[in-house]
Design a protein around this ligand. Structure first.
Ligand code: NAP
Length: 277
């Protein structure tokens, strides 16, 4: 039998990555013969590790924290969505040896919200918390769904304003510090800060979410994150973490590499059962 095609995720830290499990389930489901491994790669080792990986036959690569900007820098060509946010989470090794870079985070989030959770973004007023790499990656795909107004709030207000300047031709966008919200409330609050990773919560006023609104935390953990708990305590009709986004962004990467879009619902169920059991 031929050797399986090799794929990997690089990041630091990477110990708790679910990506090998997700891609094994996609491969089983679609009959693709591949191996997918997680490698701990700090930023300073990225280029050398990438060279070794390509030399050993790697066909495609996912990059996560803190490597997405570096991955953007090494790509020979990037998709429009990756070019716009300056970050790549998926590299495709083409037959001619060149590297194509894409960013599947935004489409992963939008598919989870709209298709899996049944939350159409059109006309919704959205508060986006955080203006780091993930915030930049998801803003374009969110605006493409023609929401109402999107307000980007960040601990460091200047970073939110930079993001607003970068994207303001694509939709109704404003931004600033969390304290500048001035009594406004939103249909959907998306937490794209890294606060959940340390079990923290961005500073939020109690009345920021419209009654029956939606809360979505990009972070995910074995237990509900502080933000997911906040949403449930403040009347959200849906308050979930980013496990669905993780699976959806992986499905889009799988499609880029293998030409087939896997089914995701059973994979999301599998991960949810694993963490509740
Ligand atoms: P990043 O580039 O390091 O940005 C971190 C952001 O969080 C910045 O806006 C930062 O504000 C803010 N922040 C950090 N700690 C905070 C705190 N205690 N209170 C308020 N704001 C805080 O990280 P990233 O790549 O954007 O990732 C953000 C989150 O998204 C992480 O939890 C990551 O795991 C998650 N993510 C999930 C998926 C998925 O598939 N589900 C995909 C990508 C990312 P300052 O600018 O003020 O520092």
């Amino acid at each position: 039998m031929a050797n399986p095609d090799l794929y990997a995720v690089f990041g630091h830290p990477i110990r708790h990555s679910q990506s090998p499990t997700i891609h094994r389930l996609f491969a089983d489901q679609t009959g693709q013969v591949l191996e997918y491994v997680a490698r701990d790669v700090p930023a300073e080792n990225f280029e050398a590790s990438l060279r070794d990986y390509v030399a050993s036959g790697g066909r495609g690569l996912n990059c996560t924290i803190p490597l997405k900007e570096l991955a953007y820098g090494v790509a020979d060509e990037t998709s429009a969505r990756a070019t716009h946010c300056g970050a790549v989470n998926t590299l495709v090794l083409r037959k001619d040896g060149s590297l194509f870079g894409d960013n599947t985070d935004g489409i992963g989030l939008v598919r989870d919200l709209q298709q899996n959770l049944g939350i159409p973004l059109h006309n919704l007023d959205i508060l986006l918390l955080g203006a780091g790499g993930a915030g930049r990656g998801i803003l374009g795909p969110i605006l493409a769904c023609r929401p109402g107004q999107v307000f980007v709030a960040n601990r460091t207000a200047t970073r939110a304003l930079d993001l607003v300047r970068q994207f303001d031709r694509q939709g109704k966008l404003a931004g600033g510090a969390l304290e500048q919200l001035g009594g406004r409330c939103f249909d959907l609050v998306i937490n794209a800060t890294a606060a959940s990773l340390t079990n923290d919560l961005p500073v939020l006023q109690d009345d920021i979410l419209k009654p029956g609104g939606f809360c979505y935390d990009l972070a995910y953990a074995s237990q509900p994150t502080a933000f997911v708990r906040w949403g449930k305590m403040h009347g959200a009709s849906v308050s979930v973490d980013g496990i669905g986004m993780l699976v959806e962004q992986a499905a889009e990467a799988f499609r880029l590499w293998r030409g087939v879009l896997p089914e995701t619902a059973s994979v999301i169920d599998h991960l949810n059962q694993a963490r509740s059991g």
